[in-house]
Design a protein around this ligand. Sequence first.
Ligand SMILES: [Zn+2]
Ligand SMILES: [Zn+2]
Length: 240
Amino acid sequence: MKLLILGSGTATPSIRRLSSSYLLTTERHNILIDIGPSVVRRLIEFGYSINGIDVIILTHFHIDHTADLSTFLFASNYGDTERSEPLTILGGDGIYKFYRALRNLYPWVKPINYELNLINILKSDIQLFGIKIKAMRMNHNRESIGISVEGKKKVVFSGDTDYSKNLIKLSRDAELLIVECSFPERKLKGHMNLQLVNRITQEAKPKRVILTHLYPQWDEFKGIIPRPYLLAEDGMEIEL
Ligand SMILES: [Zn+2]
Ligand SMILES: [Zn+2]
């Protein structure tokens, strides 16, 4: 597996960081985790096509994590090449309602020539092309989930969350934890800072940790970020 960081930012518009989004590639399949503003353009920039995406996972419905879903679905119908391969969208509670609302607003997102599978991943773990995907509730929005994707190795995405016991459970023995750390020090409800992320990693002991969902305060941060942390940057690639 390979992880490509498409975006490492937040709702704050930034030249340096697109909203948080990741592409997980296996030998033959591509999984997109969150799809905020401009992620579709970013995929093209990095040499991928939207028709090459098999699965989209939505960690929650905030706009910085979902805005480009309508762009993606619209282009799947009316882009240069009409999509014919099936698409799976995974999310937490409310995923059906969210999709229905999007379709009411934008009827053009209804699939024309492909099969769309919408799944509430909280109901049961799923197995897709030899990869196990599991979700747990996080501490952010009602529908927020963190997910683990497990092939030979386990990668965990926190999505947006405050300190969460579920995140500790989900991240145990993970090869890589992609964790939101919105600010170095400031504490905002529903998000974490370095101190809280430390508590998670000390208990869960993932091998590697990437800090993401970075507000612009991080760009002025002058402190030292100790191992096993790495600060996410757009375009960063990690082999697993
Ligand atoms: Zn966010
Ligand atoms: Zn959020």
